[in-house]
Design a protein around this ligand. Structure first.
Ligand code: AMP
Length: 279
């Protein structure tokens, strides 16, 4: 069932509510791939009813970014979602998500001063406004977000109020490139280079190379935006107390920007902490 109208949506939601059915929301911008579908599978485990929203959020694109050309393939998305037996697809209009004007100066705090925020300062205020509004309209019990967008996940966890946030691992192509709707933009040559990103951070995660060597290798193929090794729980500098650490990377490849990350727990984390002389 595809609903664009918030009043019709409320009718369905209140019927489910009366039956005390638990709901899980998977927010997306469409252009669905197996990564998105994996979130739906997780959503089903937690809830009785799964809602997928498809909304290309203007507030998370800067003027020089790809808002007008972002893949909008609703018919195909709806076929995929039908196959997954999703209970409801919500495709709101801009007015539903932004009944008032889009705000530009929300203070998200420290988490919005690092990593992607440095090159895309508009991005998380845009994401947070749309997600908060979706939560307000739908009031799901759960919402599922991918670890692919790790900084986004951490920001949403912080501002999710009553919605329980569930995180989902990164789904990759056969050659380990993290799936992304924007991978469609890669030229044939760029698509062949792109998997180097994961290969290099994987070597770093295994302790086979150090951060400087990883930077040198990345520079052979990409223009680096950042490569950081941080505490996975709070995205702060790693310390003696860090239980899990995360390697986060963003690079430019031609006109494209690729992000990826690897989370290390337990033994691997200890190994890397040792290498970084933090144990
Ligand atoms: P998007 O449509 O790109 O805004 O993504 C919607 C949701 O899917 C976000 O929670 C993303 O983190 C998640 N997602 C995107 N790519 C992947 C992937 N390769 N594996 C797992 N989740 C993903």
């Amino acid at each position: 069932m595809n609903i664009s109208n918030t009043q019709s949506l409320q009718k369905v939601l209140s019927a489910w509510n009366k039956k005390d059915l638990k709901t899980a929301l998977v927010p997306t911008m469409g252009g669905l791939h197996a990564g998105h579908l994996s979130l739906i599978k997780i959503a089903k485990k937690y809830s009785d009813r799964v809602i997928v929203s498809i909304f290309v959020n203007p507030a998370q694109f800067a003027l020089n970014e790809d808002f007008s050309t972002y893949p909008r393939v609703l018919d195909n998305d709806l076929i995929l979602l039908k196959k997954e037996k999703v209970d409801l697809v919500f495709t709101p209009e801009v007015n539903d998500i932004y009944p008032d004007e889009i705000k530009k100066n929300i203070n998200i705090g420290e988490l919005d001063r690092i990593l992607c925020s440095k090159t895309r300062p508009h991005f998380f205020t845009g994401v947070l406004q749309a997600v908060t509004r979706l939560f307000e309209i739908i009031s799901p019990n759960y919402a599922i977000f991918g670890q692919k967008d790790y900084q986004q996940l951490k920001i949403i966890e912080k501002y999710s109020n009553n919605v329980k946030i569930i995180s989902a691992p990164i789904i990759r192509e056969k050659d380990n490139l993290a799936m992304s709707t924007r991978n469609l933009y890669l030229t044939h040559k760029e698509r062949q280079i792109a998997p180097k990103l994961y290969q290099i951070i994987y070597k770093l995660s295994e302790g086979k190379i150090d951060k400087n060597q990883a930077i040198q290798l990345l520079e052979k193929y990409f223009r680096i935006d950042y490569l950081e090794i941080l505490d996975a729980d709070n995205l702060k500098k790693i310390s003696y107390n860090s239980g899990r650490i995360i390697i986060l990377v963003a690079v430019f490849l031609g006109k494209n920007r690729l992000i990826d990350n690897i989370i290390l727990g337990d033994e691997k984390c200890l190994l890397l902490l040792k290498k970084l002389k933090l144990t």
